[in-house]
Each structure stands twice: as structure tokens, then as C-alpha cells.
Design a protein around this ligand. Structure first.
Ligand SMILES: *Cc1c(COP(=O)(O)O)cnc(C)c1O
Length: 444
């Protein structure tokens, strides 16, 4: 570690634990009340509403080419379900209590690409397609967007490229939707990316370029190639406010689901949301939307692997994307491929500074145990990255500093009314033989 960097860091004691590969809980001392925090951020509720409206304009197109979205009328949305048996399983297995009710937000089952990236990734491709079509006078915002499925539009988009760097799921979302619109799409995949994801993408018509290196390298080369080509658009996972807003729309959707299911979120009924974090865009966008809608009644925590806690080292040190996990002697490698990121987005870290409640880290073997727990208790399969989310509710009442947060926020007596939502970020597209392999990984 560079001494000068180390001298500038906050939370040195905790970061020492982190660099020893220990599981930690970081509670954000810079958390502010939601209104203050949100007033410092350039993006607003209006931007989220705008993204939601754009997705609504594209619904007729999506319905036409992805008929699996029929039940949602062309919107890409996932179930919210109570998981009482999983709650009992976790309480027994981890000797803890999870006061209140436990729900699962199943972005694992989002249509088209089976992960949370179906929110931001697909949204950004649609926005780019709309920008091009508007600029070339091919549509008006008031038109029926099912015309985007026509041969004429496909031919038009075939002159343009879209490129992205990915550990897997973002590439799948961008690749599938770009190819469906007719774009020439190139996905730069890091070494962590699973073979089946590359195979599936190629089958859908995307070009996949493989790197023997980590995610940052795939992004770097992808960006460079794209910038050199005027017909090419680069989806920038590290800096894109478009992706971020696509994710943020999730908050409006889950609010509606709470209302439909008669679940009240207010000062007496606090909401706790736990989201696995890689570069930060997906969990950050969802968190931003949730804080806009639920303010101080929602408490958002991220979860990261002990070997790739990039958002934790960035936020806890205060140095954001000036530091990466390798600076702390960590490998950046984890079985949770969606979370295998060494350096977090500086943009997202900045937005989260006063909004995020904290971050939990866990070792990889827990992730597989949690995966078996959700399969065995509820019959729901999730990919390893997604299962990190369950670590939050397990640790919240158990771990000293998390418990201190509950007390400091005056929530202790409200906890019997709490609603906990681990955000299941992916899984439904994982092939059967890989699921079986996962079920036997790290088995004691
Ligand atoms: C991408 C991904 C995440 C994290 O999203 P980031 O935007 O990289 O932070 C979490 N889980 C899964 C399954 C993912 O694919």
C-alpha cells in the first residue's frame, strides 16, 4: 500500500480487517437524512419518472419480440414474495433473529436476461435506440414503438455498434437487446465470465471478445475500441447515469408491489434492503430510487465478497475509485462472478456518500450455503452473486456495529414491524448442469 494513500484514509482499523480478508460490517458515518442527502445529488425524481416513461413507450416493442413479458404488458418486472421458510431456516442455521417479515425481490426472474441487468442494461440500449431514431426523424415520442421491431428499423440500426465490458450479466442484457434491435453488438468479457453466458450471447448474435484479465481490463479495451469508432456507442458501467436511472425505476415498481400486497412502509414500519454490489451501478441505482420514494424509512445496505469489497474500500476510506481492492492485498477473485470487481464506480460512490446505511462482507463459502438454503427452503434457484444478499438480514441484529446502527436510529422497538428485502440479483438463466455443480460447491 502506498503510504501517502494510506495516510489519507478514514476507517483505518476496519480497513486493516478488510485487508486481512476478514468479514466486516461497515456502517456509514456520513449517512444523512434523506432530504439533505438527495438535495446534494444532481439526479432527481424527475429523471426516474422520465426513465419510467421511456420504458412504458417501449413496452409495445418489448411485448412484440419478447412474448414472455406478456403478463407485465411489455414491462420487465420481477415478483416480490414473502419467504417465511427461508427466514426460519436462516434464524436456525445462523443462530440469529430476523424481526419482522422477510421478502425476496426476484430480479433473478426478470424476463429476457434473468438478472438485475435487465433493468439498467436494457434501458440504456433502448434509450440509445430512441435517441438515434428521434435524431433521424424515424419516430416521435407519441408513436407506437412496436415499429422498432420492423425490418426497416433493424436495417437502420445495423449501421451502428454497441459495445460493453462485462463480467457476464451486463453483457447478456446489452447483447440480447442490442441484437434484437439489429445493432452490431460487441461484448468484452472478463476472465470471470462464465462459459455458458458467452455461449448464449454468441447464439443470440453478439460478438464476444474474451480477456484473460479482470473486469477493468475488459472495460478499458472495450471503451478504447468504441471511442475510436464514430458509429459505436459504449455502455459505460462505471460512469453511466442512464444505466443508473434504469435501475432506479425498480423503486417505483416495488413501491407499487408493496401497496398491492398491503405492506405498509412508514416511520413505524422500516424497510431494510440488502443488495449485492459489484461496480455499484445496479445497487446504487436501486438505492437512489428507494431513498427518493421512502426517504428515511428505508435503510439500504450493500453486500460484497471479502476478496472483492470494492465499494467498501472506496467509501470507507473516503477515496472512492482512487483505490482498488488490490491496493489492500486482496485478490479481487470470488465465485460470485457478478461481484468480481476490483474498483468501484466513483460516480456511484459519490452518489451513495450520504444515502447508504452500510456494507456487509462475506466469504464465498457462505454464498453457496445460502444458495442451498433458498433452494431447499423455498424451491427458488438463485445464482451465487444473488445469494450474498441474505447475509444482510443474518448479520443485522447479530453483529455489534449493525445492532448499534439500529439503536442509534431509534429502531429497536420498531423491529417487529420491519420489512427485510434481500435483492436477488440473478439466476433464472443458469443452465441445469451448472446449478447442480453449484449445489455441490463448498459442500461441508
Ligand atoms: C451485476 C450484478 C450485481 C451487481 O451490480 P453492479 O452494478 O455491478 O454493482 C449483483 N448481482 C448480479 C447477479 C449481477 O449480475
Amino acid at each position: 500500500m502506498n503510504q501517502e494513500l494510506w495516510n489519507q484514509m478514514h476507517c483505518k482499523d476496519l480497513l486493516k480487517e478488510v485487508s486481512n480478508g476478514k468479514e466486516v460490517v461497515w456502517i456509514n458515518a456520513d449517512l444523512e437524512n434523506a432530504q439533505n442527502a438527495l438535495s446534494k445529488i444532481e439526479l432527481t425524481m424527475k429523471d426516474i419518472d422520465d426513465a419510467e416513461e421511456r420504458l412504458a413507450r417501449f413496452a409495445p416493442f418489448i411485448l412484440k419480440i419478447f412474448p414472455e413479458t406478456k403478463n407485465e404488458n411489455g414491462l420487465i418486472e420481477s415478483p416480490l414474495a414473502e419467504i417465511e421458510k427461508m427466514k426460519q431456516q436462516l434464524e436456525a442455521e445462523y443462530a440469529t433473529t430476523i424481526p419482522g417479515r422477510l421478502f425476496l425481490k426476484q430480479d433473478s426472474h426478470l424476463a429476457i436476461s434473468g438478472s438485475i441487468k435487465a433493468r439498467g442494461g436494457i434501458y440504456e440500449v433502448l434509450k440509445h435506440a430512441e435517441d438515434l431514431a428521434l435524431a433521424h426523424g424515424m419516430v416521435k415520442e407519441t408513436d407506437d414503438y412496436s415499429v422498432f421491431a420492423s425490418e426497416e428499423f433493424k436495417n437502420f440500426f445495423s449501421q451502428f455498434k454497441i459495445q460493453v465490458g462485462s463480467t457476464g450479466n451486463l453483457g447478456m442484457s446489452i447483447g440480447i437487446m442490442s441484437a434484437a434491435l439489429g445493432f452490431h453488438v460487441i461484448v468484452h468479457m472478463s476472465a470471470d465470465a462464465k462459459q455458458w453466458k458467452k455461449d448464449l450471447l454468441r447464439k443470440r448474435g453478439a460478438d464476444v471478445i474474451e480477456y484473460n484479465d479482470d473486469y477493468s481490463k475488459a472495460v478499458e479495451v472495450g471503451r478504447k475500441n468504441s471511442d475510436a469508432d464514430p458509429t459505436s456507442y459504449f455502455v459505460d458501467d462505471e460512469n453511466s447515469s442512464t444505466l443508473f436511472l434504469g435501475y432506479a425505476v425498480a423503486a417505483k415498481r416495488i413501491k407499487k408491489q408493496f401497496e398491492e400486497q398491503g405492506i405498509v412502509i412508514d416511520a413505524e414500519h422500516p424497510l431494510f434492503v440488502y443488495i449485492p454490489c459489484g461496480v455499484g451501478g445496479a445497487p446504487g441505482g436501486v438505492a437512489f430510487g428507494l431513498k427518493q420514494l421512502f426517504g428515511d424509512n428505508v435503510h439500504v445496505f450493500f453486500v460484497e465478497p471479502t476478496q472483492a469489497p470494492c465499494m467498501l474500500v472506496g467509501m470507507a476510506s473516503g477515496l472512492q475509485n482512487k483505490v482498488c481492492v488490490q491496493d489492500f492485498g486482496l485478490s479481487g477473485q470470488t465465485h460470485a462472478d457478478g461481484l468480481a470487481v476490483g474498483r468501484a464506480s466513483g460516480f456511484v460512490g459519490g452518489v451513495m456518500t450520504h444515502l447508504l446505511s452500510g456494507i456487509f462482507t462475506l466469504e464465498d463459502y457462505h454464498i453457496y450455503d445460502l444458495m442451498r438454503d433458498i433452494v431447499n427452503s423455498e424451491g427458488i434457484f438463485l445464482e451465487p452473486s444473488a445469494c450474498a444478499s441474505f447475509w444482510g438480514p443474518i448479520q443485522l441484529m447479530k453483529e455489534q456495529s449493525a445492532r448499534a446502527y439500529i439503536e442509534k436510529m431509534g429502531l429497536l422497538h420498531k423491529m417487529p414491524n420491519a420489512i427485510h428485502v434481500p435483492w436477488a440479483t440473478g439466476g433464472s438463466l443458469v443452465p441445469q448442469e451448472i446449478r447442480e455443480e453449484y449445489m455441490h460447491t463448498y459442500l461441508k
